[in-house]
Design a protein around this ligand. Sequence first.
Ligand code: SAJ
Length: 435
Amino acid sequence: MSALEELLTKIQNRKVLVAVIGLGYVGLPLAVEFARAGFRVVGVDTDPRKVDSINRGSSYLPDVPTQALAPLVDSGNLTATTDYDVLAGADAISICVPTPLSKYKDPDISYIVAASDGIGQLAHAGMLVVLESTTYPGTTEEIILPRIAENGLQVGRDFFLAFSPERVDPGNSVWKTRNTAKVIGGVTPQCLRAATALYGQAIDQLVPVASTRAAEMVKLLENTFRAVNIALVNEMAIMCDKLGVDIWEVIQAAATKPFGFMPFFPGPGVGGHCIPLDPHYLSWKLKTLNYNARFIQLAGEVNSHMPDYVVGKVVDALNEQGRPVKGSRILVLGAAYKPDVDDVRESPALDVIRLLQARGGLVDYHDPYIPSLRDEGVPLDAVDLEVGLPAADCVVIVTNHAAYDWGWIAGHARLVVDTRHVLRGIAGGARVVGL
Ligand code: SAJ
């Protein structure tokens, strides 16, 4: 029996030990789905707090309720460890580690390299490895493949290697790991067969593609599409402002077109761990091939200009009232990168705060999910809204959390720069300035 046939049989009989490396917002939900599908799953993470929490059956992610996790841990289907040596006994490994950017906006694949080195030392015949982390086309075959093949194992015969981009949208209550279509590309047809056999047991819909590079590119197209279209609508907002046209009315009217249009909305900038970063993985790779990805570069410029644009609106709004920014009390509402999450990674709110402080503004912030910004290098703790808002000379709405009572805000603020168009049509005494 070939190594592939053996693996396929073990998958069919649920005799496969699945390892998931990286137990964050991607890896933990994936580990849970494999465990729910009847596999024994071991999660591997460098953070002992995550490992301990899982082994206590307690979830640290809003997207994975403890009542969903605990039974899988109690039954022994799901365990966690910081010890990479468990990979020696794994038949399948999914790599779900971070892929940040360096401070020079170059890809930082150090986590992928570390995981690949760990796997390379423990690889054995019959093993399936699937990379899920967002990365530039070529990573799977240039970084992971040689580290496993150096053991004398042949890809597609002795071990199987694929790429399957994560499509987790934190906080999305409709689209979860199980019911979101999953793209998969293998190094060889046998690799694709092994990967789809395993993932098909835990994910409702698979989308096989011709290669790992195609699968790596699918993810980058998805997120570059968003970054470029958000930049387009941000620039449209700036142009409408100069023309004296209401961008929000224009978008709303354009969105009535039943085909060929998809609305995006202007804002104070683009945050998160995906949209501001992923496209730069692609532009970096193309630079090594002497091609300049102009849309990605321009989108990055336009989106990263938005915090300055918002601060310009604050300066003008205070100026209208004969107030300099310097010495004015300014309250930033919302620090998270998008509504109803507690994540401040790359959040434009941090830029808005820093830019206002640099102009001498006395800046406070409020966010129901984020008690302090000190870990982000901003020496501020969230203020009490009932105290901070009425005392502010200007309020800047940066993140439109659903928890906010916009009627109360409009009724108790004097001046508001509303970057999210949430106060339109809401009665209140505040003077409201939009983007
Ligand atoms: N943003 C705008 N205008 C828009 C849309 C977003 O300014 O019209 C801003 C948001 O405020 C945020 C940033 O862009 O700061 C990113 O927003 P996002 O809605 O793209 O949210 P993310 O970063 O959580 O993106 C994730 C991505 N999911 C994955 O990578 C698996 C993305 O592909 C999803 O499309 C997105 O969720 C989603 O649709 O919610």
